[in-house]
Design a protein around this ligand. Structure first.
Ligand SMILES: Nc1ncnc2c1ncn2[C@@H]1O[C@H](COP(=O)(O)OP(=O)(O)OP(=O)(O)O)[C@@H](O)[C@H]1O
Ligand SMILES: [Mg+2]
Length: 487
């Protein structure tokens, strides 16, 4: 708007100048011609003043004031004033030019009449003949043209002004939306999105800002998820530390107590000394089991356990395990039943030692938590066609024991989780057996699950691949869970 206003002022100035020049030029020419005509019509006075009436008549006819000046600048005659009362005109610019033989002109105040006049003088009989018209007529014409030009220029600018206003409004509207949006971003609202098209520079700016917002929202969500995971891990870590301390403290306190009792004299008590030493030995064994289990667990979790993967006959694995557990089962009057896999030659791809430990832990539990005279069945079945690269063999250990309440099943494979703490402790359990089973199975590309009914019994399943599936998929879903393992 300011630039347009400036342009308007410039146009006004230039037009006024130009029009004034043109009109002055035309008027000068016109008056000069009239002066020449008057000069022809004036009676030859040979330097004497013409009759007043003659000059006045000529002035009336031409509509201009007529003045006759001699070579010395003296006014010989004037149509509007008495020459006797007039100054010497030699110094007047138009007269000075005419006395030198040229056509002179000037626009100025008349000292005689007190109005602005436009003068033109021509050489005449050694002196000068001058015509003058009021400048007001020139000014009026210049004024009229100037007004017309200004009006038409302003009209020409009007659509530009309207367009500029509409455009500026549009742009500032869109910028306003963008600024509001960035304010929301600055306040942390990354779910905000900019509406509108993707056209033009502002459009692509909106698109980029939307993309930025989307990325920020995505990263924030991820950070929130990781934060929740970290909190969970922190709780797991705290629980773990508390559990380990507790598990270590119980046998240590017992060892300390009975050692002090023996030292205080019970060593000489033939009835109790052996009993106390036996308790100390049991607790020492418990400590050793606990540390061994913790070590196994952390080795598996940290992928430090070396495995020798190969194909093994499923039935061979089952038989070997049963043979190992038979003496313990017999002691409890528990019947061990084998359900071999079909087909007979079915194989599984695993580390034999790991699978042995998995089955031993499951069998140990089954025997431990089944009342005397119960039955424990161990077997396997083929899942999917042998030729199928993703086919699996599912081992199972079924017992007719106490069973596990449904509420406990989801947490059963957590470290130190025990359904009946007192009973587990009494049986010498550390609560790490099933956690070891879970992690060992995962390290073999395997899965574990359990089905159980209270008072009827439980069945634990471990499925392992038949074929080599390549390196074991990360045991954990995210890097964060790796930290859980280190804990
Ligand atoms: N076959 C089963 N029948 C009933 N309860 C079971 C059975 N197997 C496991 N449990 C329950 O699950 C809990 C966890 O078992 P886990 O093997 O991890 O620990 P544990 O047997 O107590 O100790 P250990 O470390 O010596 O194996 C047990 O304490 C027990 O309460
Ligand atoms: Mg166990």
């Amino acid at each position: 708007m300011a630039v347009l206003a400036l342009a308007l002022v410039a146009v006004d100035y230039l037009v006024t100048q130009r029009v004034q020049e043109t009109f002055s030029g035309q008027l000068r020419q016109e008056l000069a011609e009239k002066a020449r005509t008057i000069a022809l019509m004036l009676p030859q006075q040979n330097g004497e003043a013409p009759r007043e009436s003659g000059l006045t008549q000529l002035a009336n006819a031409t509509g201009a004031r007529v003045t006759w000046v001699d070579a010395a600048g003296r006014v010989l005659g004037d149509s509007d004033s008495d020459p006797a009362g007039m100054d010497n005109h030699k110094a007047r610019p138009e007269i000075a030019a005419a006395l030198q033989g040229q056509v002179g002109s000037s626009l100025r105040m008349s000292p005689t009449l007190g109005v602005r006049l436009f003068y033109v003088a021509i050489p005449y009989q050694g002196g000068a003949l001058r015509l003058a018209v009021p400048a007001a007529s020139v000014d009026a014409q210049v004024h009229a043209i100037r007004n017309d030009v200004l009006l038409s220029t302003a009209l020409a600018f009007l659509p530009i002004v309207i367009l500029a206003a509409v455009f500026a409004r549009h742009i500032s509207g869109r910028l306003g939306t963008i600024i509001d949006f960035t304010r929301q971003l600055a306040e942390g609202n990354f779910r905000a999105r900019l509406p509108g098209s993707s056209r033009g520079v502002l459009g692509s700016l909106s698109t980029k800002l939307n993309e930025t917002s989307e990325k920020l929202e995505f990263m924030l969500d991820r950070l929130e998820t990781e934060h929740v995971e970290l909190e969970k891990l922190e709780n797991i870590r705290k629980d773990f530390v508390i559990n380990v301390s507790h598990e270590l403290r119980t046998p240590l306190a017992s060892i300390q107590g009975y050692t002090e009792t023996l030292l205080d004299g019970a060593i000489h008590d033939p009835v109790n000394n052996l009993k106390f030493l036996n308790i100390i030995r049991q607790n020492t064994e418990r400590l050793a089991r606990l540390t061994a289990d913790l070590l196994t667990l952390s080795r598996v979790e940290l992928n430090q356990q070396e495995f020798k993967f190969a194909s093994y006959y499923v039935n061979r694995i089952l038989n070997d395990n049963l043979d190992g557990m038979r003496p313990i089962a017999e002691r409890r009057g528990i019947q061990l039943v084998l359900q071999p896999v079909e087909p007979e030659g079915a194989e599984v791809f695993c580390d034999a030692e790991a699978v042995h430990q998995i089955l031993t832990n499951l069998l140990d539990n089954a025997i431990k938590y089944t009342p005397d005279g119960g039955t424990v069945t161990v077997g396997a079945r083929q899942l999917g066609a042998l030729s199928d690269p993703s086919s699996r063999v599912e081992f199972f250990v079924r017992d007719t024991g106490s069973g596990i309440p449904a509420d406990d099943l989801p947490r059963l494979f957590e470290r130190f989780y025990r359904v009946d703490k007192a009973r587990s402790r009494a049986l010498g359990g550390t609560g790490l057996g099933l956690a070891i089973v879970k992690h060992l199975a995962r390290s073999q590309n395997g899965e574990v699950r359990v089905e159980s009914q209270v008072d009827k019994g439980s069945t634990f399943f471990v499925s392992l691949p038949v074929h080599d599936l390549g390196p074991v998929a990360e045991a954990s879903d995210s890097k964060l869970v790796q930290r859980e393992l280190i804990i």
